[in-house]
Design a protein around this ligand. Structure first.
Ligand SMILES: Nc1ncnc2c1ncn2CCCCCNC(=O)c1cc(-c2ccc(F)cc2)cc(O)c1O
Ligand SMILES: [Mg+2]
Length: 214
């Protein structure tokens, strides 16, 4: 049977990236998506904005919603100190299987925990299952109609603290209007928009950075 796009992306990583070298994994995926097949990774342009937010914050506890092939997982994890932990949730078993291998190829498996399942099922279990009190940084890149309900769920589960940063991908394309309206109008968030482009295209997209005020 035909291979899947994530399988072809992993093959390109194995062919062109050096084991244990996260930057070469990032470059191999960006090259594949620009010159072979578009894929819904955050990409290099929005990825640089993600890098700057993570580097400035230096988070210890990170949650990523929506792993896909692990591109943003690698971008974030490569910037974390070895003691820091990144938990990434992926609903699709096929994507998760590829992401595990991409993360391992980058040599970052020691600070990444990939969990298969739906965000709404796992968010309420973060404390008892992973011993997490609160997250310092949350990257939202999963189903666009789950951004808002999952943010409210994280609030209700006490997973956000004064200063926790939420960074949301695709706030223009595909778009998350209900989430944007909430974080931009709620007195519990200080929000700002980073204008950019949809990965590997000229279409507008951007990231919304929202600091939880407690
Ligand atoms: N743990 C969990 N819980 C719930 N859902 C979960 C999950 N884990 C995964 N999912 C399910 C997410 C499926 C992928 C989400 N991302 C997207 O849908 C996405 C789409 C585009 C796009 C833009 C323009 C186009 F023309 C076409 C596509 C770009 C992006 O950067 C995207 O992130
Ligand atoms: Mg995205």
């Amino acid at each position: 049977t035909r291979s899947t796009r994530p399988q072809r992306l992993l093959k390109a990583v194995r062919k062109h990236a050096a084991r244990g070298d996260p930057q070469s994994v990032i470059s191999a995926i960006d090259h594949f998506c620009r010159h072979s097949e578009w894929a819904m990774n955050i990409g290099d342009e929005k990825g640089s904005i993600l890098d700057s937010v993570v580097s400035e914050l230096n988070p210890e506890k990170v949650l990523e919603l929506g792993t896909y092939c692990g591109y943003s997982t690698v971008r974030i994890a490569r910037l974390l100190p070895p003691g820091a932990r990144l938990i990434t949730l992926e609903f699709n078993a096929g994507y998760a299987a590829i992401a595990r291998q991409v993360i391992a190829w980058a040599g970052l498996e020691d600070r990444v925990q990939l969990v298969e399942g739906a965000s709404e099922d796992w968010i309420p279990r973060m404390k008892e299952h992973f011993g997490i009190e609160t997250f310092d940084f949350v990257f939202l890149d999963h189903w666009k109609d789950r951004y808002l309900p999952d943010t409210k769920l994280m609030e209700d589960c006490g997973l956000l603290r004064k200063g926790t940063v939420l960074l949301a991908d695709n706030v223009i394309c595909p778009g998350v209007p209900d989430y944007l309206q909430y974080v931009r109008n709620s007195l519990s968030y200080k929000s700002c928009y980073f204008k950019s482009h949809l990965e590997y295209t000229k279409a507008e997209d951007g990231l919304e950075k929202s600091v939880f005020l407690g």
